[in-house]
Design a protein around this ligand. Structure first.
Ligand SMILES: [Zn+2]
Length: 432
């Protein structure tokens, strides 16, 4: 444990494809550059991550409420946010670190100021990164709209509607999970940088004088979230983004970087956005202090999480080779299957019936796999590869004793448990 991952990204891509976590998109029609589909196990892993996040930050807190806004918003939103203008500049992108620069503001023959690579910029392009489409039948300028390039703006635009319809008062947050689209110049590294991606974001509204306190609060929350994913802390690095390199609206930004197989890259971000956003959207101050009745523009702390990057980081972090076996050591809360149930022999109806009974009972509460193919060793191997924490096997003794053998993924240890205690055993492992 502890060393940067010796993994190659190809190993993860191939496991993801072979076991149905993530496939190339549109594959039978030649694929589509940079498009990936989550398969049966991938969608479970991704949903578990999103559910864990929503539960932790929305359900278990009384200062955060959620929204789910439209992907396509009025173009005036992007005018107010600065996206229409900002993203229309002539841009070049460093091919190595993907940092973008205004081509009119840098010397293209010089090393990249972000990573030091030389001569590795893309050709300059007047580039609006927003993905354009048309609403209605006529493809004309008046009908031009954009897929949102971030989820954040909906939380600003809906700020007053949330305030007016909930009893929530400062400090409070609005959370959202959803897709965003960016017409990236150079996407890549599997699901790390894609043109269609999913974000989990919170806009946390505060009074200006408390920003440092809440920034620290969210910094700690992000570390504790990372720990809940089972990601090794020594693979996470904070990067304080220096003056001049932050987004124009941010007074302080920390990137949380992870040691991916292709290098140390941004996983999450935390930014103090000041009152920039609400000022841009609201002509009048949208918040009144309930005691003093003074109207003002709240300031914003924004913690932001990439869903797809989280999937990639947990897959890389969980990937473990134990002798000749591959074990995906995901935390039980994230794994697609919480358990697998096997009859020791597939051709003995009593064993199959008893195992089926256990399988059907557990399935009422958990995602559970069934396997009766091949020998027991192969079934273990197959479940280890997808991270299933428990394999429950029914043998002839089970029929008499009403019990089953439970094998632990990480220790390989096997214990016999009465059938009526199996669910509790699995449930206990899910507590985070
Ligand atoms: Zn660079």
């Amino acid at each position: 444990m502890g060393d940067p991952s010796p993994l190659s990204i190809d190993t993860i891509v191939s496991l993801a494809k072979r076991r149905g976590f993530i496939f190339p998109g549109s594959a039978i029609h030649g694929g589509l550059a940079n498009s990936w589909d989550y398969g049966p196990l991938g969608v479970e892993l991704k949903n578990n991550i999103k559910q864990l996040w929503w539960d932790r930050f929305v359900h278990r807190r009384d200062d955060i409420v959620g929204i789910d806004a439209a992907l396509i918003m009025n173009p005036k939103v992007w005018e107010a946010s600065g996206h229409l203008k900002e993203f229309s500049d002539p841009l070049v992108e460093c091919k190595k670190c993907h940092e973008r620069f205004r081509s009119d503001l840098i010397v293209l023959s010089a090393p990249c100021s972000s990573c030091g690579a030389t001569g590795s910029f893309t050709e300059p392009r007047a580039f609006n990164m927003m993905l354009k489409t048309f609403l209605g039948p006529a493809e004309e300028k008046a009908n031009e709209v954009f897929f949102r390039p971030e989820t954040a703006q909906a939380m600003f635009v809906d700020f007053k509607q949330v305030l007016d319809t909930s009893r929530i008062r400062l400090p409070f947050g609005i959370a959202q999970i959803g897709k965003a689209f960016r017409n990236e110049i150079t996407p890549g590294n599997f699901i790390f940088r894609t043109r269609e991606f999913e974000q989990m974001e919170i806009e946390y509204f505060i009074s200006e004088k408390e920003w440092e306190k809440w920034f620290e609060h969210w910094r700690e929350e992000m570390h504790s979230w990372i720990a809940s994913l089972g990601i090794q802390a020594n693979r996470i690095h904070e990067l304080e983004v220096p003056d001049g390199e932050r987004a124009h609206y941010s007074r302080r930004t920390i990137d949380f970087e992870y040691d991916f197989p292709f290098g140390r890259k941004e996983l999450y971000g935390l930014a103090y956005r000041t009152d920039f956003d609400l000022r841009n959207h609201f002509y009048e101050a949208p918040y009144k202090d309930p005691e003093t009745n003074e109207a003002f523009y709240p300031h914003v702390i924004e913690p932001t999480w990439g869903v797809d990057r989280t999937v990639l980081a947990v897959l890389c972090d969980a990937y473990t080779e134990v002798e000749d076996r591959l074990v995906l050591k995901l935390p039980p809360s994230l794994v697609p299957y919480k358990a697998a149930v096997f009859p020791l022999l597939a051709n003995k109806p009593q064993l199959v019936d008893f195992a089926r009974k256990i399988y059907n009972a557990l399935r009422k509460e958990f995602m559970v796999a069934w396997d009766d193919r091949g020998n027991i060793g192969k079934r273990y191997y197959s479940q280890d590869e997808i991270g299933t924490p428990y394999c429950v096997t029914v043998d002839f003794d089970s029929l008499e004793k009403e019990d089953a053998t439970v094998r632990n993924r990480d220790s390989g240890e096997q214990i016999r448990l009465p059938v009526d205690r199996l669910a509790a055993h699995i449930r206990n492992s899910l507590r985070t």
